[in-house]
Design a protein around this ligand. Sequence first.
Ligand code: ADP
Ligand code: MG
Length: 271
Amino acid sequence: MHEIAINNVSYAYGSHEVLRDVTFTAEAGEFICLLGPSGCGKSTLLRLLAGLDLPTSGGITLDSTPITGPGLDRGVVFQDYSLFPWMTTGQNIVLALEQAFPGKKKSEYREIAQGYLEMVGLGSAVDKLPGQLSGGMRQRVAIARAFSINAPVLLMDEPFGALDAITRARLQDLLLTLWQQNAGERKTVFFVTHDVEEAILLASRVVVLGLNPGAIRGVFTVELPRPRVRQELYLKEPFLVLRDRLVTLLHENILSELEAGETVASVGEGI
Ligand code: ADP
Ligand code: MG
């Protein structure tokens, strides 16, 4: 059981209301994609789920226990700055393991870290510094670290946003493969993206957030069987229908913002 319930959550930075009355429950083992235009509050919601900030009103629970701060029950992967640059990839993972599973021998931690690096195809990079790796490799290390602590919940904020299309596709496949292993113990995932196709490829359900304030505009179940093969998916009727609905919903939201006087630059940058 790793159910996450977001109950009437609102959040404001000072007088700037970002999220209003967000209510949503992710069942254990679901893969939820949060989709919405730039600035709608996706990262803010993820920070609340991570416990890095607390809601202005409302609350979030993990298996009925309120989230009041960061915890080892949630692995986190952000777009950048995920790894400590002065530590090797192995040391980065060992540090997380020491916090999650205290009391083991140094050599044991190193062995476990090595195993997780091998899982993401980076077994030979254990002694490399993050600065010696490509962006895609660094994100693979961040994924290995998030999985290494064996947290039941995974929170990812546009983790592949800065990568080229091919690396991005590879990491999407890697993430799905890891998530689909051990079907009985699937992690509950919240994955932020502003990419409609990425959301459909990955998600069990897509939650669309709108702008000003960030509120849920729609929740869509993705009725496509797994494993999902990218090339085949793009030809399937349910994929095309859902993509059309999501694109329309995002554009309606952005157009209504433009009519309300927003500048093109501020609402357009994420699309
Ligand atoms: P998204 O991730 O969907 O692009 P964010 O959650 O980062 O959106 O931001 C939502 C809104 O909150 C934006 O208008 C942004 O400018 C504002 N915001 C984000 N972080 C802060 C902060 N630390 N202080 C004040 N406003 C912020
Ligand atoms: Mg963001």
